[in-house]
Design a binder for this molecule. Structure first.
Ligand code: PLP
Length: 383
């Protein structure tokens, strides 16, 4: 459904909806509007059952451990806001944390008189072991919960979550994984992974309608977890509570099953392999064109379906672009390229995303546009 006038290199922010899944969602909306009491009042749980089973099958989990939420932010809020925290406890994450999650953690820590802490995981990211060691070295006995990204937003690094969870289990620390980008980008086996909590979006890389996400919680942690919006079914079962969070449009959740069927129809493994190969090429190619150092190994071993690439020096703070947002806008307005521009640890980058509708020439146009902007920015600065 994307506008062909735009080079859309930002699948990662909000996903993109296949026409067939959109049509299914419209159909469900029509059915609900035709019989609101029957569909929402009496049959809500029954309608969500097949969707929950499809999600559980996709991520290697039991349906009873899957709670629907509107987005990963909502899932993370559900965990953090129900966490029994005491003054002096530490809520920890890494310097790669997504800003909305950072704000939630800061809020929750502040309310409890706890400490919010960002553990440094500095570049270059050469090997997964170095990431695990950097995190492990900064943990201590006051850390109550570690929030770690599966695929980080600003840096697009695939974190070695299996090893991080294992290390934290040895130390008795619970882990909440922010898997906002994971379904559809990397294979998932949540039960085997064994984190305490896993929040993820289906509206990004699984191409479900917007507002389709889930929170998986390990059985032994379910008693204290509730949706951020508590409604009628408090303490009546994990999935039951999440199914009803007040009156809302449930069509996106129902359509999780359709989105999964659509992606399986394309060949989910093939899609992931294609996107990963394209992201690996994009990283190497842009680094070469712009003469910058890669953030992660050029063999793509720490990448999924997107890559974060440092922008040339003309774009860095102190240059002609006052903010990183102005770079994003210039690429969009002058070149019709939609690509995330991020500033991380004081350095500006782009984070092109790779989905099956993207073509190599689109990244070539990005490479040219950035070089053209660097020239015109330098001219403007001189005049
Ligand atoms: C790592 C990470 N966490 C959380 C989110 C938030 O996702 P949502 O807005 O769907 O809650 C994002 C969105 O890009 C993300 O990249």
């Amino acid at each position: 459904m994307l506008d062909p006038e735009i080079d859309f290199l930002n699948h990662g922010s909000f996903g993109a909806l296949p026409r067939s899944v959109s049509a299914r969602q419209e159909e469900w909306r029509r059915r609900v509007e035709a019989r609101p009491i029957e569909m929402l009042g009496r049959r809500c749980r029954e309608l969500l059952g097949p969707a929950r089973e499809a999600v559980a099958g996709l991520v290697g989990a039991s349906p009873a451990d899957i709670g629907f939420v509107t987005n990963a932010t909502g899932g993370i809020n559900a965990v953090l806001r129900a966490l029994p925290l005491r003054a002096g406890d530490v809520l920890a994450t890494t310097t790669h944390v997504y800003n909305a999650v950072r704000q939630t953690m800061r809020f929750v820590a502040r309310q409890a008189g706890a400490e919010y802490r960002e553990l440094p995981v500095p570049p270059p990211f050469a090997h997964p072991d170095a990431i695990v060691d950097a995190i492990d070295a900064a943990l201590d006995e006051r850390v109550r919960l570690l929030v770690v990204d599966h695929i980080s937003s600003p840096t697009a690094v695939v974190f070695p979550v299996e090893r991080i969870v294992a290390r934290c289990r040895e130390r008795g620390i619970d882990v909440l994984i922010d898997g906002a980008h994971a379904p559809g980008m990397v294979p998932l086996e949540l039960e085997r992974l064994g984190a305490a909590y896993y929040a993820a979006n289906l509206h990004k890389w699984m191409c479900a309608p917007k507002g389709c996400a889930f929170l998986w919680t390990r059985r032994d942690r379910q008693a204290h977890v509730h949706p951020a919006t508590i409604s009628h079914f408090l303490d009546q079962g994990y999935a039951t509570e999440f199914d009803w969070q007040g009156t809302r449009d449930i069509s996106a959740w129902i359509c999780a099953a359709d989105a999964i069927a659509f992606m399986r129809g394309l060949g989910l493994e093939r899609v992931m392999a294609h996107n990963h190969a394209l992201a690996t090429w994009v990283q190497a190619h842009l680094c070469g064109r712009w003469g910058v150092q890669p953030l992660t190994p050029l063999d793509g071993s720490l990448l999924g379906s997107m890559a974060t690439v440092r922008l040339p020096s003309a774009f860095q703070p102190g240059g002609p672009f006052a903010t990183f947002e102005s770079i994003n806008l210039a690429l969009y307005e002058r070149f019709r390229i939609e690509v995330p521009v991020v500033e991380w640890q004081g350095v500006r980058h782009v984070r092109p995303c790779c989905q099956v509708y993207n073509r190599p020439e689109q990244y070539e146009r990005l490479a040219d546009a950035v070089l053209a902007l660097a020239r015109s920015g330098a001219d403007a600065a001189r005049s």
